[in-house]
Ligand binder design. Structure first.
Ligand code: GLU
Length: 280
């Protein structure tokens, strides 16, 4: 009888200590509540867009969105080592924010009314334009040349939507989950053109493995105001991110990031937009 009591006590103590361990580890995985401590912040980016958001062979991340996100996270109190990068493909962004998978998204994410029904945006922090990427010897030079042609873009992007709605409804549009698949299709001849933001296309065209093979048409088919997406209703984070973005521009860090990331692609970007200034 006495022995049994001891066993019960020992078991209770073990359960309590396991519970304490579980609690201790849970605060490591904070998706970012503001003040950092030792916690992590999860940030959504693209993994396959050179010059913007790219997972490199050594496992590190590079690009303009990565630099903007790192700067913003710094202003929110997080060191680079506290950032956990999460891939947010074009079609996954709204859901990733709604589920709370990430604290914010910096992933060539255009602000528009449709998306604003589901998420909130800070910014804009860059103005890009939809364009076409074609093979060097292609005769496609304007939107109407796309009629009846095979075109590639990405599901859930404004680029695909704009083609359907206005730019080239008669093109044969194929949609992939990422732009790297579209570029492979262009290289193999499976499609005649790839369409998305000029910022993204310039990055691909400048990659060593594609050098001299492709050209941008140079058409400003739309205005793409890049914002930082946050969960709907999280106005406190929007305000903090806007303050961070303003500081990034006024301190010169924005310009440094532009030169570093767009310089190699020879991408002529627009000047830094003012916060809240959406070009329609
Ligand atoms: N900026 C556009 C968008 O948000 C195209 C690029 C992308 O798919 O991320 O849809």
């Amino acid at each position: 009888m006495k022995l049994r009591k001891v066993t019960v006590f020992a078991t209770t103590a073990l359960v309590l200590s396991l519970a304490a361990t579980a609690c201790g580890s849970s605060d490591k995985d904070d998706s970012g509540s503001g003040s950092s401590g030792g916690s992590k912040i999860k940030i959504g980016i693209k993994f396959d867009q050179p010059g913007l958001g790219l997972k490199q062979p050594d496992g590190t991340y590079a690009g303009f969105d990565v630099d903007v996100a790192t700067y913003v996270a710094g202003q929110l109190g997080y060191k680079p080592a506290q950032i956990e990068w999460v891939e947010t493909k074009s079609a996954d962004r709204e859901n990733a924010l709604a589920r709370g998978d990430v604290k914010f998204i910096a992933a060539t994410y255009s602000i528009n009314d449709e998306r604003k029904k589901k998420v909130d945006f800070a910014g804009p922090y860059l103005l890009a334009h939809q364009d076409l990427l074609v093979k060097k010897d292609s005769t496609i030079a304007k939107a109407t040349d796309l009629n009846g042609k095979n075109l590639c873009s990405v599901t859930g992007s404004t680029s695909a939507q704009n083609i359907h709605d206005t730019i080239a409804p008669k093109a044969n549009l194929r949609e992939n989950s990422g732009y790297s698949e579209c570029i492979a299709a262009l290289q193999s001849g499976a499609v005649d053109a790839v369409t998305t933001d000029d910022s993204i296309l310039a990055g691909f065209a400048a990659q060593d493995k594609f050098k001299g093979q492709f050209k941008l048409a140079g058409l400003k088919l739309s205005n793409e105001n890049y914002g930082i997406g946050v969960k709907k209703g999280d106005s406190a984070t929007v305000t903090k991110i806007n303050t961070a973005l303003e500081k990034m521009v006024s301190s010169g860090a924005w310009k440094t990031a532009v030169t570093k990331n767009f310089g190699p692609a020879d991408y002529k970007n627009e000047p830094a937009p003012k916060i809240g200034d959406i070009v329609k």
